[in-house]
Design a protein around this ligand. Sequence first.
Ligand SMILES: *Cc1c(COP(=O)(O)O)cnc(C)c1O
Length: 224
Amino acid sequence: MSKKDNLIEIEAKIDEACRKAGRNRNEVHLVAVTKTIDVEGIKELYDLGIRDFGENRVDVFLEKYEALKDYSDIRWHFIGSLQTRKVKEILTKVDYIHSLDRESLAKEIEKRAEQPVRCFLQLNISGEESKHGFTKESATEFLKRADFKQIEIVGLMTMAPITEDETYLHHIFHDLKEAQEELAALRLNRVTANELSMGMTNDYMIAVEEGATFIRVGRALVND
Ligand SMILES: *Cc1c(COP(=O)(O)O)cnc(C)c1O
């Protein structure tokens, strides 16, 4: 299928999930994950109305960013594991970092940033060892003493395990939503935490039902 057809299908599924959960479609932002989409493909999606794009590798991101400099209303989302030494290369170029997964990274962002940086704190809800991120407890503990000057924690992010078990996925996303609400209620300095970045090709409908405000979808956009 063309990207246009894929997008129509994704939009229909987002609508359906919103209807099911009684949510407003405007609350859900579709981030097109471009790790398998080249610059031409991104332009195609742009022409179809997409403005949010997500990359998970610094070098590839920088190439695409340069190539698409004239598209000034694109919002770039950095979603991948970020090495501390690469922070300075992307800081002024990304609109959101979804993968703030450890204290040392926060420290480096604080050190380098000269303007506010919107970040999602990444939580490892499933507890899988292969996954990055804070536990719910360590996240709260960290944010209470963080004292950020530039980082703004706009929300929480997680990556669900790869599974067909929908009940389990509901559970994971529900847990992140609960963590987000608890965190927002603390009203910590520079921690608004209103957003939820969760849901990928396999599970974005479930994530939307559970309250996702940013879904990160790659493969579903490029399926033939
Ligand atoms: C690749 C990736 C996605 C998109 O995954 P798809 O299964 O292609 O939709 C979302 N988030 C992160 C962090 C990723 O690395």
